[in-house]
Design a protein. Structure first.
Length: 382
C-alpha cells in the first residue's frame, strides 16, 4: 500500500523565546524537519490503524462457514447451538438448543450475516453459521449391492422411505406398510436398505431403516400359475393389511405396478391357487394386475344387485321404470319378463306399462359371464 501525504502548513521561523542569539540556517532546517516528521508519524499511525481494522472486519466475515442451501450439517459445537425464530440472537427469540451431534437440513443461507434457515427434528428456525460449529454431513454413504436378487418385507406398521439415508422429516418421500414386499437393491454400513418399487405406475427408489425390514432372496415362480376365469366376484383388502402390492405378473419377483390399501375393492377376473387376476384403475387407465389371495376377502359382486323396488302400485295405463341397483364393476346383460301381459308389460330396458287392474310379477334375469341372478318386482295395477 502506498500512502501519499500532502501538507500545506505555514511554519513561523523566529528566534526562540528568551534566546540571546539569532538561529542559524541549519538550526532552522532541523527544526522544520522535526516538525514535518512528527506530523508524518501521526498520519502513518492513523493509516496503520485503519489498515488493521479492515482485516479485522474481513476476518469476522470469513469466520462464517461457507455453507450452501440443501446441504445437511451435523452440529459440532461442544455446547450445541441455539435455534431462533428470526435471524437475531436473543433469549426471547430462541426456539430451542440443538445439541452436539444433531443433524439439520439447510433451507437457505444469508451470506452477509451468516444466518441460516434450517430444519431439525420437525422444527424450522435460524442458526448462526459460525465456523467450527457445524460440519457438512455426508448424506450419501457408500451403497453396497447384494450378490443376488433380494426383496425386503416391511415389518413396521408404517415405514418412512427417505430420499437419502438421513433421518430428516424433509427427506421423506413416501411410506410403506406392514406386509409390503419391495425390491432390495442395496445397503449401507450405516443401517439403511436401498429399495425400489412402483407406486401408481411410477418407480420410487429410496432408503428405509434396515431394522424394520426383513431382507431375503427374491422368490421366483418355478411353475406357471393355472388360472380359472370367474365372473361376478370382487376382492376386498383385509383390514389387517395396510397395503397390498399389485404385480404385473403372478410372482413376487415381478414388478409392482401400484398398491391397494385396506378396505379397497377390486374386480376379480380369474383365480389360481395363490393369486387373483384383477382389473383396476391406475392413473385413469384400466390395468390388469395380480394380487395375493391370502390378503383379501372374496366377495360375490352379484349379491349387491337389487331392483329399485320390490313392490310397486301403478295406475291403469300408467308407466314405471324398474332400475337395477348395485354395481359389479363388470359388463352384465339383463333380460326382463312379465308373468301376466294382460295386467302389465315390460320392455327390454325395464319400462313397465300398466294395462288393467290386477297383479303381475316382473322378473329380471341378470347374467354376468357364466353366472346368472334373478330379481323380481311385484306390480299391482289399480
Amino acid at each position: 500500500m502506498q500512502v501519499f501525504v500532502c501538507y500545506n502548513e505555514m511554519v513561523n521561523i523566529t528566534a526562540a523565546p528568551n534566546s540571546g542569539r539569532k538561529e542559524t540556517a541549519g538550526e532552522r532546517r532541523g527544526k522544520l524537519m522535526r516538525t514535518v516528521l512528527k506530523k508524518l508519524t501521526a498520519v502513518m499511525l492513523a493509516v496503520a490503524m485503519f489498515c488493521t481494522c479492515v482485516p479485522a472486519d474481513a476476518a469476522k466475515a470469513a469466520s462464517y462457514a461457507d455453507f450452501t442451501a440443501e446441504q445437511m450439517l451435523i452440529v459440532t459445537a461442544p455446547d450445541g447451538v441455539n435455534m431462533h425464530q428470526t435471524p437475531q440472537a436473543s433469549a426471547a427469540n430462541r426456539i430451542m438448543t440443538l445439541g452436539r451431534g444433531n443433524h439439520l437440513y439447510v433451507n437457505q443461507v444469508n451470506y452477509q450475516t451468516g444466518w441460516m434457515l434450517v430444519t431439525c427434528g420437525g422444527h424450522t428456525g435460524w442458526v448462526l453459521g459460525q465456523d467450527g460449529w457445524f460440519a457438512v454431513y455426508n448424506a450419501v454413504p457408500d451403497v453396497y449391492s447384494y450378490a443376488q436378487t433380494m426383496q425386503a418385507k416391511v415389518l413396521a406398521s408404517a415405514l418412512n422411505v427417505h430420499r437419502d439415508p438421513v433421518k430428516l422429516s424433509s427427506n421423506i418421500i413416501d411410506d410403506l406398510y406392514r406386509g409390503q414386499v419391495v425390491d432390495a437393491v442395496g445397503y449401507t454400513n450405516t443401517g439403511w436398505t436401498k429399495v425400489r418399487y412402483y407406486r401408481g405406475g411410477s418407480q420410487i427408489e429410496g432408503y428405509v431403516s434396515s431394522a424394520w425390514v426383513n431382507v431375503t432372496a427374491k422368490v421366483v415362480a418355478t411353475a406357471p400359475e393355472k388360472f380359472t376365469t370367474i365372473y361376478g366376484y370382487s376382492a376386498a383388502v383385509k383390514s389387517n393389511c395396510s397395503a397390498l402390492n399389485v404385480h404385473c405378473s403372478p410372482s413376487t419377483a415381478a414388478d409392482v405396478m401400484t398398491c391397494i390399501y385396506s378396505g379397497d375393492v377390486v374386480n376379480i377376473l380369474a383365480q389360481s391357487k395363490t393369486w387373483y387376476r384383477i382389473s383396476l384403475n391406475v392413473n385413469g387407465n384400466m390395468r390388469t394386475g395380480y394380487i395375493y389371495r391370502s390378503y383379501t376377502n372374496k366377495k360375490d359382486a352379484l349379491a349387491n344387485l337389487r331392483l329399485s323396488a320390490a313392490n310397486k302400485t301403478v295406475k291403469r295405463k300408467g308407466k314405471y321404470h324398474i332400475l337395477i341397483r348395485g354395481n359389479t364393476g363388470m359388463s352384465l346383460k339383463a333380460t326382463w319378463k312379465t308373468s301376466n301381459k294382460k295386467v302389465a308389460t315390460v320392455n327390454k330396458n325395464g319400462y313397465v306399462t300398466a294395462k288393467k287392474k290386477g297383479t303381475a310379477k316382473i322378473t329380471c334375469t341378470i347374467k354376468v359371464g357364466n353366472r346368472t341372478k334373478k330379481l323380481t318386482c311385484k306390480i299391482k295395477v289399480k
